[in-house]
Write a protein that binds this ligand. Structure first.
Ligand SMILES: [Zn+2]
Ligand SMILES: [Zn+2]
Length: 163
C-alpha cells in the first residue's frame, strides 16, 4: 500500500487552475499515551497548484485502539482529522517540499492524526473508574464499607487521636 500517498505534482506547480484528487493509504504505527494506531491510515483529498508550489487539503482516518485511563476498559474507535499542507520548491520547517516532481502527503496526514489522538482516553465522561482500595469497577457496582476510609488519610489520624 505504501507509495499511494506520493502524488505526481510537477504539472500543478505554478498552475493555480489545476487540481488533482487523491486517495490512498499507508500502514502506520503511532502511539500517544493510551491511544494506539497500528494499521492502515486512509487519506483522501485534493492537491491544487499554487504560484510557487502545491497545496494539499486532506482528511485522514484510522482505527485507534484506546484504553480508558479511569477504568482500563479497551475499545477501538475511528478517528478522523483534516489538514492542509503547502509544498514549495524548498523544504519548510518540517522538511516538506515538491521533490522530483512529487509530493508525499503521508507525513502531514500522520501529523494531523497524531494531534487528533486523545492522550488520556475516557470511555465515557461519566466513567467512575476503579476503586483505589480494592480495584472494583465502580461503573458496575459501588463499593460499600471501605469507601469512607479512602476519602482522606486524615480521617485515619483523627480516629487515632479520638481513641
Ligand atoms: Zn472508563
Ligand atoms: Zn472497593
Amino acid at each position: 500500500m505504501t507509495g499511494l500517498l506520493v502524488i505526481k505534482a510537477d504539472d500543478l506547480v505554478g498552475h493555480p487552475e489545476k487540481e488533482r484528487p487523491f486517495r490512498g493509504s499507508k500502514e502506520v504505527a503511532l502511539r500517544l499515551g493510551d491511544s494506539t494506531v497500528k494499521g492502515p491510515m486512509l487519506v483522501e483529498g485534493v492537491a491544487r497548484g499554487t504560484v510557487d508550489g502545491v497545496r494539499a487539503s486532506f482528511t485522514t482516518t484510522a482505527e485507534v485502539h484506546m484504553k480508558c485511563v479511569r477504568c482500563l476498559i479497551e475499545w477501538d474507535e475511528v478517528v478522523s482529522a483534516s489538514g492542509k499542507q503547502h509544498f514549495g520548491k524548498l523544504p519548510d520547517e518540517d522538511g516538506y517540499l515538491v521533490s522530483e516532481g512529487e509530493i508525499d502527503v503521508s507525513g502531514p496526514a500522520m501529523d494531523e492524526l497524531a494531534l487528533a489522538l486523545p492522550v488520556a482516553p475516557i470511555h465515557d465522561q461519566k466513567c467512575r473508574g476503579l476503586c483505589p482500595i480494592c480495584g472494583n469497577d465502580l461503573n458496575n457496582e459501588p463499593c460499600d464499607g471501605h469507601e469512607d476510609d479512602s476519602v482522606s488519610p486524615f480521617a485515619v489520624l483523627k480516629d487515632l487521636f479520638d481513641s
